[in-house]
Write a protein that binds this ligand. Structure first.
Ligand SMILES: Cc1cc2nc3c(=O)[nH]c(=O)nc-3n(C[C@H](O)[C@H](O)[C@H](O)COP(=O)(O)OP(=O)(O)OC[C@H]3O[C@@H](n4cnc5c(N)ncnc54)[C@H](O)[C@@H]3O)c2cc1C
Length: 377
């Protein structure tokens, strides 16, 4: 057993019990997570997990961040909470690996310290699945880029101090894309709408506008034209993280449901005394175990340096299908209680619905897997 990872797990559990679980419903109803939670998570040593110490992180790797996510979800954090609190996981990796000390000092360190909040803006109203079709432009003008366009569905975009933004600096297709950090307060940069959603209620989601926003060229991440490659490089980690959300909320829903079935009596016997209920719980358990074991295996291979692009797509699909089934059955076995606002399994049921869409729709990821595994012409 890796004792450091076990200690991290325990720290994440303790943090969730103390700082998250008592307030989560309040944040769900308010529609966002307080900024101070980012500072507290940083102080607890959770925010910087899997980021190198040299850029202000805690060190460790993807297996450590998976341990943190699993522990927090097991103690009652929600998928939305994880998306909001750990948006740094999608906003920062490109900056952290760029080797640009200025970007690291201005954005990576303060975000991992919980002082700033960052977002990643790729999706546009015209479409999210086809990243190569991005239309937001950044035209070079002297020492600046001039940015025009709209982004939508941006996690933490309402609260974000900066947005790592995919822009078109060149011609059509993949090669014309770059990443540029747009900062709150730059004239012409607006949060146009805070979007209300089926689930992930405590995770704010924004539509962002860019009207002749002048962004200094020093905010370019990497070299011009490398945006798509930088985004694609981080996709494996994002897909595995969403897989953890999937089996993590499923595992928590199963635990809550098993406890409920022991307490709840119908026709004079506890629900758990019925064979059909026992079998349902075992089936929920089986799906969680399969999703978790497969995601762990792919994460281990990724950390070991293997190319797991196709397998990460399959791990996400396996876990989101697990979440869809398990969270639905959890509501079913809770009866009317499971349908009530404020019942935890009801939240997980709603939160599960984004997982086959966000971070790559299942159809799109399956297409990609078909090409990579040699099943496409
Ligand atoms: C709550 C939430 C948070 C998000 N956070 C972020 C964020 O932080 N940053 C960001 O950039 N984006 C974010 N997104 C956007 C998300 O990644 C996109 O919604 C997703 O990529 C799908 O894009 P789309 O919604 O434009 O759907 P479209 O691309 O229009 O696709 C619609 C549907 O069509 C189907 N489909 C699409 N292409 C194919 C195909 N080739 N073959 C078969 N079927 C297909 C799929 O079922 C898909 O769901 C978020 C979205 C939500 C809802």
């Amino acid at each position: 057993m890796n004792t450091e990872r076990e200690a991290l797990r325990e720290s994440a559990r303790e943090f969730t019990r103390r700082e998250v679980a008592p307030y989560l419903q309040q944040w769900e109803d308010a529609g966002d997570v307080p900024r101070d939670l980012h500072r507290r998570a940083a102080k607890q040593g959770l925010l910087g997990v899997a980021f190198p110490v040299e850029v202000g992180g805690e060190g460790g790797d993807l297996l450590d961040s998976i341990a943190v996510m699993e522990a927090m979800l097991a103690e009652g954090a929600s998928s939305g909470l994880m998306a909001a609190l750990f948006t740094s996981g999608i906003a920062l990796p490109h900056l952290a690996t760029s080797g640009d000390a200025d970007l690291v000092d201005r954005f990576v360190r303060p975000t991992l310290a919980g002082e700033l909040i960052g977002s990643l803006a790729v999706t546009e109203p015209g479409g999210g699945s086809d990243v190569a079709a991005i239309r937001t432009t950044a035209r070079r003008d002297g020492d600046d880029y001039v940015v025009n366009g709209t982004k939508t569905f941006i996690t933490s975009g309402v609260r974000a101090d900066f947005v790592t933004t995919a822009v078109r600096t060149g011609g059509p297709g993949h090669d014309g894309l770059s990443l540029l950090v747009v900062e709150k307060g730059m004239p012409g940069f607006t949060v146009d709408r805070s979007l209300s959603k089926t689930g992930w209620h405590c995770s704010d989601t924004a539509e962002l506008g860019f009207a002749d926003v002048r962004v200094p060229a020093r905010n370019l991440v990497g070299v011009e034209g490398s945006g798509f490659a930088q985004i694609a490089e981080q996709f494996v980690v994002e897909r595995l993280a969403l897989a953890v959300h999937g089996y993590g909320i499923a595992a928590r829903s199963l635990a809550l449901t098993a406890a409920y079935c022991r307490r709840r009596e119908t026709f004079g016997r506890p629900l758990v005394a019925r064979q059909v209920v026992q079998q349902r719980l075992v089936e929920m358990h089986r799906r969680v175990e399969v999703a978790r074991a497969y995601a762990h295996e792919i994460a281990r291979r990724h950390v070991g340096g293997a190319d797991v692009v196709a397998e990460a797509c399959l791990a996400k699909q396996t876990a989101v299908e697990c979440a869809a089934y398990v969270c639905d059955q959890a509501v079913q076995l809770h009866g009317g209680t499971g349908y009530l606002h404020g019942t935890e399994v009801e939240r997980h049921f709603r939160d599960a619905r984004i997982l086959p869409i966000g971070g790559g729709a299942t159809e799109v990821l399956t297409d990609l897997a078909a090409r990579l595994l040699g099943y496409a012409p």
